[in-house]
Design a protein around this ligand. Structure first.
Ligand code: ADE
Length: 231
């Protein structure tokens, strides 16, 4: 039977999921907690990584290599770049890039290192399933480019630079790490984010205010996807 990894970066992003699991068994590994359990009969392993690309890389790898997960769904919040996105709106990544990866001094584009790619696509089948779930819920689900970096962006100029350089619609701090790991290990993956702020001068204030409610919007959608995947 398949085992689905569900990953967030912060406790607030996975708590609404862990609360709904049956037969939960927690394992501490590499200074992170991994919750094995089932949701409506579907086996899942749920964990939060802590914030940032390095921690996210570790957790995604452990979910796949130690716990044997064969698909990975990420749930969390993001800052909006595209001004069609408002607080609480969902966005799924069509592809992800690293906005803070810079060896342009050697003539390479931003976000590129040799033998890598500027952007990595998420799994088309999982995106299609997400669109089916959205339709059932009467929601419109925006698909776009998500840019990842080890920075909380609270600056209009930086946000606009990321928007123009990568064509990005939203930004966060983990998604592209998960993409690199899953792409290298051939594990289908999906990144969902609900908007918590607009990466502008109000971002830290809005993030604190909307983290919990937006994280729950994303987590609830992920649980509906697990139901659909378990069918
Ligand atoms: N996640 C949510 N909001 C963010 C922001 N403004 N910058 C980076 N990551 C975020």
């Amino acid at each position: 039977m398949s085992k689905i990894a569900i990953m967030g970066a912060m406790p607030e992003e996975i708590e609404p999921i862990i609360n709904k699991l049956d037969n939960v068994d927690m394992t501490l590994y590499g200074a992170n907690k991994y919750y094995e359990g089932s949701y409506h009969g579907q086996e899942v392993v749920v964990a939060y990584s802590k914030i940032g690309k390095v921690f996210a890389t570790l957790t995604a790898t452990v979910l796949i290599e130690k716990f044997g997960c064969d698909r990975l769904l990420f749930s969390g919040v993001a800052g909006a770049i595209n001004d069609e996105l408002n607080i609480g709106d969902l966005i799924i990544a069509k592809s992800l890039c690293q906005h803070d990866l810079d060896i342009t001094a050697f003539g390479h584009p931003f976000g590129y290192v040799p033998e890598g790619d500027v952007s990595i696509d998420t799994d088309q089948t999982l995106r299609n399933i997400a669109q089916d779930v959205a339709k059932q819920k009467g929601l419109t689900l925006k698909e776009g480019i998500i840019a990842t970096g080890d920075q909380f962006v609270a600056n209009e100029e930086r946000k606009n630079w990321i928007g123009t350089t990568f064509g990005a619609d939203a930004l966060e701090m983990e998604g592209a790490s998960v993409a690199v790991v899953c792409n290298a290990l051939n594990v289908p993956f999906f990144i969902l984010r609900a908007i918590s702020d607009s990466a502008d001068m109000d971002a830290s204030f809005n993030f604190d205010e909307f983290l919990e409610s937006s994280a729950k919007i994303s987590a609830d959608f992920i649980l509906s996807m697990v139901d659909e995947l378990g069918r």
